[in-house]
Design a protein around this ligand. Structure first.
Ligand code: SF4
Length: 386
């Protein structure tokens, strides 16, 4: 496949933004994945003042501001600091890579452990983790973050909490009080046993090498995760965003409804809400075909994109069968859906895509590439022979 994408090996932050085709991408890691209405309105204002007024929800439950001008970065940081959304230093921001179940409740295990872990990671100045290394705190009655990327997971199994390295069939029972410190110990074990080289490395790959876990880990059975859909939940209302993107205006309108919790599913949870009037880019119907597609920024917003992606994904969405998923990727990196999907279209040139079945954006296609025009004219090509 042509167009080998550049792999940065780190995630952007606010203090360490990443350059993209439309300016800097600045990622905000909100404490407990929650924005108060004032914080959300403040971010929307900053996005309009210093960026292009577009915001993305990342697959790690962070909020990304797009199109930030390089000469406005300092002023933006000052604004984020005033909102209480800035770490003291870049390394601490990078380490504090925590995803929290959006269904946490005040004072429960998930909220308490995520708070402890944030403090412990901020203080652990000698912990040199790879740029993409992250933690998932998912201690509700059933796990919901199993399909989201994380290297160390804290989950509930029956009545106990379990610390589990990603990809392992073994976990360690922990209590709420020691969960964060044991998670840091597991991160240290990963580093000491050679899990990272050159600032890169993931737990799943390390475990797959057959590494012997420290004592105290025992076999734990797989738990199936729950799939989230837009609609009412106990804590409020889940609303989806088309391709995980919204305008600053939409963010302000959402902030008027209540505090917002960020999720890794391109959805926001509006605390305490039970319904909301339609807004541009918002998906409120759980059967909306746009929920069956994902597409990355693509051209022209991404410097590595070989083609635009989202218009094609939107046009093909009604033709994706129920229960299937179509991932349209601007290059083989597959940012919008890193894992395998039933159907993937990976750009090989402008408006030209390789169709990959049951694979990732980087897998080899079995057929010659198709033009976007052909796909729009004959969308049945997507599912023919599958
Ligand atoms: S997958 Fe999309 S967003 Fe990611 S690098 Fe490639 S073109 Fe850019």
């Amino acid at each position: 496949m042509s167009g080998v994408p550049k792999v940065y090996g780190w995630c952007p932050g606010a203090l360490r933004p990443m350059m993209s085709g439309d300016g800097l991408v600045v990622r905000i890691r909100a404490p407990l994945g929650r924005l108060t209405p004032d914080q959300a309105r403040g971010i929307a204002d900053l996005s309009e003042t210093h960026g292009n007024g577009l915001l993305d929800l990342s697959a790690r439950a962070n909020l990304q501001m797009r199109g930030i001008r390089e000469d406005r970065h300092e002023a933006l940081l000052s604004g984020l600091r005033d909102l209480g959304l800035l770490d003291r230093e870049e390394a601490a921001e990078a380490r504090r890579n925590i995803m929290l179940t959006p269904f946490w409740a005040e004072g429960d295990d998930s909220a308490a452990i995520a708070g402890d872990l944030a403090k412990a990671l901020t203080a652990a100045t000698n912990l040199k983790l790879p740029g993409k290394f992250g933690f998932a705190v998912d201690c509700g009655p059933a796990p919901v973050l199993q399909n989201a990327a994380a290297d160390i997971r804290i989950e509930r199994k029956s009545s106990s909490l379990i610390l589990r390295p990603d990809g392992a069939t073994h976990g360690m029972p922990v209590t709420r009080d020691i969960a964060a410190s044991e998670a840091i110990n597991l991160a240290r074990w990963f580093l000491e046993t050679g899990g990272a080289t050159g600032g890169r490395g993931r737990m799943k790959a390390h475990i797959a090498k057959g590494m012997q876990l420290p004592s105290g880990y025992r076999s734990v059975s797989e738990q199936s995760g729950q799939e989230a859909k837009p609609g009412p939940v106990e804590a409020g209302l889940l609303v989806a965003l088309e391709f995980g993107q919204m305008s600053a205006k939409t963010l302000k309108a959402l902030a008027d409804q209540g505090p917002l919790r960020l999720t890794p599913w391109r959805m926001l949870l509006i605390e305490g809400a039970s319904n909301i009037a339609p807004l541009p880019g918002l998906i409120l119907d759980a059967t909306d075909p746009r929920l069956r597609v994902s597409a990355c920024t693509g051209a022209p917003g991404c410097l590595q994109a070989l083609s635009a992606t989202r218009d094609l994904a939107r046009d093909l969405a009604p033709h994706v069968p129920d229960g299937a998923h179509l991932h349209v990727s601007g290059c083989a990196k597959g940012c919008a859906h890193p894992g395998p999907a039933p159907l993937t279209l990976t750009a090989t040139a402008c408006d030209t895509f390789a169709l990959i079945r049951h694979g990732t954006a980087a897998d080899e296609p079995l057929e010659p590439p198709l033009s976007a025009r052909t796909l729009r004219a004959a969308p049945e090509r997507l599912t023919e022979g599958s």
